[in-house]
Each structure stands twice: as C-alpha cells, then as structure tokens.
Design a protein around this ligand. Structure first.
Ligand code: PMP
Ligand code: GLN
Length: 381
C-alpha cells in the first residue's frame, strides 16, 4: 500500500456539505448552504436549451466564448466605468471558487504569505496552503465585521504576496466602504502586493449602497484578480460558471494554469448567458429583490429570541443567540437542525481556529414560505 502524505492534513468535509446532509436527514428547512430555492429565469433556461439545439456543444475557446467576454466587458464598462479588453483581460471559469483558486495558484510560491480576513469563505485558506503558502489570519472587528486596517498592517511581512477581499462578505453581509478603499490604497502603496477580490455577490448590495468593485479604481485594478460567479447572479449555483477579470499580464499567467486544469467551460451556458446579459434588469434588480427578502426575514425574526446583526449585502444575515443558550455555535446549529428542523451555518466554521462569538449564519435567498416555515420553528425556542 502506498502511504498517503496529505497536502491538506487539516481539511475535512466542508460545513456546507455537512449541514445540507443533516438538513436532508432531518427533513429540516435549509437556511444553511447559500443557494436559492426559488426558480431561475425560464428565459435563460430557454436560451441555453436553444444553444444546445443549435449545435453549440463542442469545446468553447480556452479563455471563454468571445461574445460572452465582449458582453461582460460592456457590462463592466457601464457599471464600473472600466475599459476591459475582452480578448486579453477576461477568462471564463467553472465558477467563482475556481477563479479564486486559479488566481492564487498563478501568483503563489512556497513560503509566500497571504492576508486573509476572518471570518473567511472556507476555500481561501486551503487554496493558499495547497500551494505551499501560508495564510496570515486577521480578524475583522466585531460586531460590525469591518476591516481593522491597523491589524492588517501588522500582518504584513516581506513575504506578503496578496490580500484577499470579499465584498459583499460571506458570511457576515458586510461591504467595503469608501474609507476601506483609501486604507487599501495606502496599504498597497507602502507594500507591493496583489489583490484577490471575491465579488461573487456584486449585485446583492442593499439600502442604496455602492458596490466598491476593484474594477472602479484603475490603480487598484492594475494589481487585482477580480472574481465573479454567474451562479449568484442568475440563481443557478449548480451551473458552476464564473469569470476572472485581471490585467493582461496577469491574465496571461492565469490562463497558463487554467488551460491545463479545465481548459474550457460549458459551451451552451456561455452562449445562453451571452444572450441573457442583454436584459439589464435581470441583474440590476437583484439588490432590491434580495433586500425585500432580507427585510421580510428580519421582520419575521422579531418573534424569536435571536438578535440579528446587520447585513448590507450577499445572501446572508448573522444572528447572535446568547438569549437562548450558551452552547457553541456548532453544537447549537446541529441541535437546531435535529430538534427544531432548521439548518443554519455556525460562523465559527469560517475561522481556522474556530471562534467563541456564538453566531449563526442564515441564508435568506429563499421563497417567502420557506422563510416563514423556518421562523415559525425558530420561534418555539
Ligand atoms: N466566494 C464566496 C464568498 C461565495 O460565497 C461563493 C459561494 N458560492 C463563491 C465564492 C463561489 O462561487 P461558485 O459557486 O461560482 O464557485
Ligand atoms: N457559497 C455557498 C455558501 O457559502 C456554498 C458553497 C459550497 O457549498 N461550497 O453557503
């Protein structure tokens, strides 16, 4: 027998898989893993079906279907005022997670360090470690989960290669502010580093706030890999399609990694999405659509003993439960699923060393009746 020397000895099954399996086992309402339970657009399904029937079923070009990259470049120009070359600066990927992984693999060498703000989406640290690099963990401020830029600066060393930013933020729903952009500017002026910007929730921003994309700021974009997901925009997380926007020199290297990993992505989806991108309302209306769900959920949760924190974007809102129990968040999340039939995600799962802050994450990208059924159960606590 060959003995196996794990490259990721500390990694187990993700919390999303665990909680979705537990939800299925106990027939629980699943407000855990972040995916919508309402249907996606019929027009988009039709557009992809038409593409399949029109013989668009062979390999797409390695960087992505050119008309899709052109449509994305136009969209980026309208939304963020950036002039992005579709030929040399956009690469279509099988999802946002893959785009982030590929960006990290493109830049990292063993011994490099990357600043990761915690709580952090669960793929970042393993993506760094599998490349032989090290994550330098910097906690966000509580309770508002804003960035502590002094702490970020303390984490920077001569080995720092990059910082990962995620706005709107999973799991907390916090977003970058103009002040953050100035702090980031002064940080990267003092210490040369790449920015990996996870913007998969770019359209899910609430209360009239602005999404501070790295694409808005030419000086920041010139050091960035900006990662997106169609799954989050078009309510089709199972399609696993996204893209990475990066300056030409970065994109060239990114594609060297990409072309020998998956080479190219699902052709009919790219063709169908190209057509559907003409419908601006389908993405511009998303913030308002999800904000209504957030507000409905907040309203419903008044009947429980949870204390909701603020959420300015994403699919998620967090809640403290100190008025209910002093269990750890993982123990409480499991018990809630088993005994009360509601699945959530314990926020400590987004910290490498766990956390004691006893907060659960709820996904409100659900039908009204799903949210109501969940809260009816939570109000019995
Ligand atoms: N980043 C964040 C913060 C996410 O929540 C997700 C979840 N879907 C992703 C990246 C990955 O997106 P995709 O499913 O397109 O890989
Ligand atoms: N992004 C989703 C979440 O945070 C889940 C993605 C996954 O299951 N890996 O819930």
């Amino acid at each position: 027998m060959l003995s196996f020397h794990s490259k990721l000895p500390n990694v187990g099954t993700t919390i999303f898989t665990e909680m979705s399996a537990l939800a299925a086992e106990h027939n629980a309402v699943n407000l855990g893993q972040g995916f919508p339970d309402f249907p996606m657009s019929e027009q988009l399904i039709d557009a992809v079906s038409r593409a399949m029937r029109s013989n668009c079923n062979q390999y797409a070009p390695m960087p992505g279907w050119m008309p899709l990259r052109e449509a994305l470049s136009e969209k980026i120009n309208r939304l963020y005022g950036a002039s992005i070359n579709p030929d040399t600066e956009i690469t279509v990927t099988p999802g946002g997670t893959y785009a982030i992984y590929t960006a990290l693999t493109t830049i990292l060498r063993p011994g490099d360090e990357v600043i990761v703000l915690e709580p952090a989406y669960d793929s970042y640290v393993p993506n760094i470690e599998v490349n032989g690099a090290k994550a330098v963990l910097v906690p966000l401020n509580t309770p508002d989960f804003s960035i502590n830029w002094d702490a970020v600066r303390r984490g920077v060393t001569e080995k720092t290669r990059a910082i990962i930013l995620n706005s709107p933020h999973n799991p907390t729903g916090s977003i970058l502010t103009e002040q953050d952009i100035s702090s980031l500017r002064s940080l990267v002026a003092d210490h040369d580093m790449y920015i990996i910007s996870d913007e998969v929730y770019e359209h899910l921003v609430f209360d009239g706030m602005l999404h501070h994309s790295m694409l808005r700021y030419p000086d920041l974009f010139q050091r960035s890999f900006v990662c997106f997901s169609f799954g989050k925009v078009y309510h089709c997380t199972g399609w696993k399609l996204g893209y990475c926007v990066a300056p030409e020199a970065f994109t060239r290297e990114f594609r060297k990694v990409h072309q020998f990993n998956c080479f190219s992505c699902h052709t009919p989806s790219q063709v169908g999405i190209t057509e559907f991108l003409r419908d601006e309302e389908a993405y511009l209306g998303l913030g308002t659509f999800l904000q209504k769900k957030r507000d409905h959920f907040i309203q419903l949760m008044h009947s429980t003993r949870f204390s909701l924190l603020s959420s300015q974007g994403s699919y998620f809102i967090c809640a403290a439960y100190d008025r209910i129990t002093d269990e750890s968040d993982t123990a409480f999340a499991r018990r809630l699923t088993r005994e009360y039939g509601v699945a959530t995600i314990p926020v400590s799962a987004f910290y490498q060393e766990g956390s004691r802050n006893r907060i659960l994450r709820f996904c409100f990208a659900k039908k009204e009746e799903t949210l109501e059924a969940a809260v009816e159960r939570l109000s019995r606590l």
